[in-house]
Write a protein that binds this ligand. Structure first.
Ligand SMILES: NC(=O)c1ccc[n+]([C@@H]2O[C@H](COP(=O)([O-])OP(=O)(O)OC[C@H]3O[C@@H](n4cnc5c(N)ncnc54)[C@H](OP(=O)(O)O)[C@@H]3O)[C@@H](O)[C@H]2O)c1
Length: 209
């Protein structure tokens, strides 16, 4: 590896699984000091070992506003200002609109959109000039995904946030970009109750649109 991120500080929410963990490992291999967050202490600890290069982990629920109070202050006190913030934590819950409950809507919105919004709000004072914010959206943020109304809306909201913040934070030389993955077979899909057959149907659905 080229060590092109040597000594850069990278914070990845949802870094203990799937896409976030993959990014964390790559960042560490490139020399970055990586901090991951998630809700599950056990997988955070095993991920920190897997990532290596002195990675650190914090238990922090992005839908719990009190979890931000000390998080970025502590990261700053330990590692200094942040160079890369990957706003990645997310869940996917699906249901036909008539069966969509307020509980499902709130869970998806609070983690995916409100969580992303307030992660950035609390992190900005601790970002270096020239820092990069990457927000994990999805290819579905501007596509139809049947029974995914709450999820798709949360991803479209994050995409809108990218446009606003890219302009708003430009004077501080902070770049804001969306990372919009297509289908990736991570634990997200199993946690969402997707069967193997449904995964195949979903991939086919996305490919034809
Ligand atoms: N896989 C795909 O096909 C796909 C496609 C497009 C976009 N995405 C997006 O990519 C991102 C990562 O998903 P993934 O596929 O890698 O899924 P994953 O393996 O389930 O990872 C999701 C991560 O988010 C964390 N997380 C969930 N709720 C959280 C909360 N309230 N507070 C803090 N962390 C939380 C999880 O950690 P804990 O469980 O410990 O909280 C986990 O680390 C998500 O935003 C997802 O919407 C995925």
């Amino acid at each position: 590896m080229s060590q092109k991120l040597k000594n850069k500080v990278a914070v990845i929410t949802g870094g203990n699984s799937g896409i976030g963990l993959g990014a964390a490992k790559l960042f560490a291999q490139e020399g970055a000091k990586v901090v991951i967050t998630g809700r599950d202490a056990e997988t955070i600890n095993s991920a920190v070992t897997e990532i290596g290069n002195g990675a650190m982990g914090y238990v922090s629920d992005v839908s719990d506003m009190s979890s931000f109070v000390l998080l970025f202050k502590e990261i700053h006190a330990t590692l200094g200002k942040i160079d890369v913030l990957i706003v990645n934590a997310g869940i996917m819950l699906t249901a036909p609109i008539a069966e969509m409950t307020e509980e499902i809507f709130d869970k998806v919105t609070n983690i995916n959109y409100k969580g992303a919004f307030f992660t950035i709000k609390h992190a900005v004072p601790y970002l270096n000039e020239g820092a990069s914010i990457v927000i994990t959206t999805s290819t579905v943020s501007d596509k139809a995904f049947v029974e995914g109304s709450a999820y798709v809306a949360s991803k479209a909201a994050k995409r809108a946030l990218v446009r606003v913040l890219a302009a708003e934070l430009a004077p501080q030389k902070i770049r804001v970009n969306a990372l919009a993955p297509g289908f990736i077979d991570t634990p997200l899909l199993t946690k969402s109750g997707f069967t193997q057959a449904y995964k195949i149907r979903w991939v086919t659905f996305l490919q034809v649109r």
